[in-house]
Design a protein around this ligand. Structure first.
Ligand SMILES: [Zn+2]
Length: 306
């Protein structure tokens, strides 16, 4: 995929959009409750398909599969089956929605990104956890995603191990899948595991990723300057912030207009290639962002050192 031709619009927060309509809780992490969001792809596929469609109608070029938490289970045999079944259902829905959308909108090319959420396992959990990741990656490939999106990364060391496996798999299956890496950072630009900007950038340079991004964060304003630190990376740059931090009722403070306004300088100054929203961002947010990106030029991707 060539991310240099225009500003690509990523969709908004899948988990938060689902939670707005469903009373689900992650408090007791039994297999079924832990995958409560992802299991909806099996129990209520039309609901998940409608969310994907609403993001495409709002202007998203890339929709993410409902698979963010798939790797959160203890990998007992039964759990592997539960996780795989939810992953397959989620990826198949996104693929079908995207394919149908392109049939009814022949002027638009849209893509499916297989979402892989964050984990930071202990040394004892690492082998088991990698087994879940590998299963997830293979299922996403089988369901013909265009992109693998390792997102909301909280631990660079673990992300390194996962990327290593992902590129091994891509080599083995010989499919043209783009890999995107997106990290969640605090106001000091550090990961949850307190890894620095330098360490994050070193990881982004280590693999032939198509895009590097920052997501979630503490609202759009927190990421607008921060992404500038990564401007010399020889890949596409991506930002998809949350709509601010939620209040005690779970409501996100930033309106579509406020979020689009905050992100506008990145777009107007040609500093970004892919832009969208994370937790709390709705189709309304994506519509506002997509409108402000219309006819604007993307950041020029340098191929130096690539
Ligand atoms: Zn988020």
């Amino acid at each position: 995929m060539n991310f240099g031709q225009k500003i690509w619009i990523l969709d908004g927060g899948m988990g938060s959009t689902i939670l707005e309509h469903h009373q689900l809780s992650h408090d007791n992490c039994t297999p079924n409750s832990c995958l409560a969001i992802e299991s909806l792809s099996e129990s209520n596929p039309d609901f998940i398909a409608d969310i994907h469609r609403s993001f495409l109608n709002a202007g998203a070029d890339i929709i993410c599969t409902n698979t963010f938490n798939i790797n959160q289970l203890a990998p007992a045999h039964d759990n592997l089956i539960i996780a795989n079944s939810a992953c397959k259902a989620s990826a198949s829905i996104a693929r079908k929605v995207a394919d149908d959308y392109m049939l009814s909108h022949p002027d638009r090319k849209v893509y499916v990104a297989g979402s892989i959420g964050p984990v930071s396992p202990s040394a004892e959990q690492a082998d088991d956890c990698m087994m879940l990741h590998l299963q997830q990656v293979r299922t996403l490939f089988d369901c013909n995603v265009d992109i693998l999106l390792l997102e909301t990364v909280i631990d660079i060391v673990w992300a390194d191990a996962v990327l290593d496996k992902i590129f091994e798999e891509i080599k083995a299956i010989q499919k043209p899948v783009s890999v995107m890496l997106s990290v969640h950072v605090d106001n000091q630009g550090q990961t949850v595991m307190k890894q620095s900007r330098e360490e994050i950038k070193a990881l982004a340079r280590k693999y032939p990723i198509a895009a590097f991004g920052l997501n979630c964060g503490n609202g759009a304003a927190s990421l607008v300057d921060e992404i500038g630190y990564y401007d010399d990376l020889p890949c596409a740059l991506m930002v998809y912030p949350n709509a601010g931090l939620p209040d005690s009722d779970g409501k996100y403070p930033d309106s579509p207009e406020a979020m689009a306004r905050t992100l506008a300088p990145l777009i107007a100054e040609g500093r970004i290639n892919i832009i969208g929203g994370c937790c709390g961002s709705t189709p309304g947010h994506i519509k506002a962002i997509s409108k402000s990106a219309l006819n604007c030029s993307p950041r020029i991707i340098s191929t130096e050192n690539n």
